[in-house]
Design a protein around this ligand. Structure first.
Ligand SMILES: [Zn+2]
Length: 91
């Protein structure tokens, strides 16, 4: 299981690919971040997370939210390390 780097939501595929350098450009079902765009720098990740939390930390697609998942638990799933591709210029 993989998790969004912004909000910790469980996602089926690695947001930045198995090599950490190949973003999917998919949208997070929770915070709506586009992997490889809003999360392409450390500052971007933090800015997006702050904005999402200020908006209540809710799931954009509420039907995708795992039953019984609490925000507190979800935030614990935010990966401690960012993929190697983040904060580097991607062509
Ligand atoms: Zn997210």
């Amino acid at each position: 299981m993989y998790h969004c780097h912004v909000c910790g939501a469980p996602v089926e595929e690695a947001p930045w690919g198995e090599d950490g350098r190949t973003p999917l450009f998919d949208l997070c079902p929770c915070c709506g971040c586009e992997f490889g765009y809003e999360d392409s720098t450390q500052a971007g990740v933090e800015r997006y997370r702050t904005a999402w939390l200020q908006g209540g930390g809710v799931w954009k697609n509420s039907k995708d939210k795992p039953a019984g998942l609490h925000l507190e638990q979800q935030l614990k799933w935010v990966p401690a390390k960012l993929p190697i591709g983040i904060a580097r210029r991607i062509a």
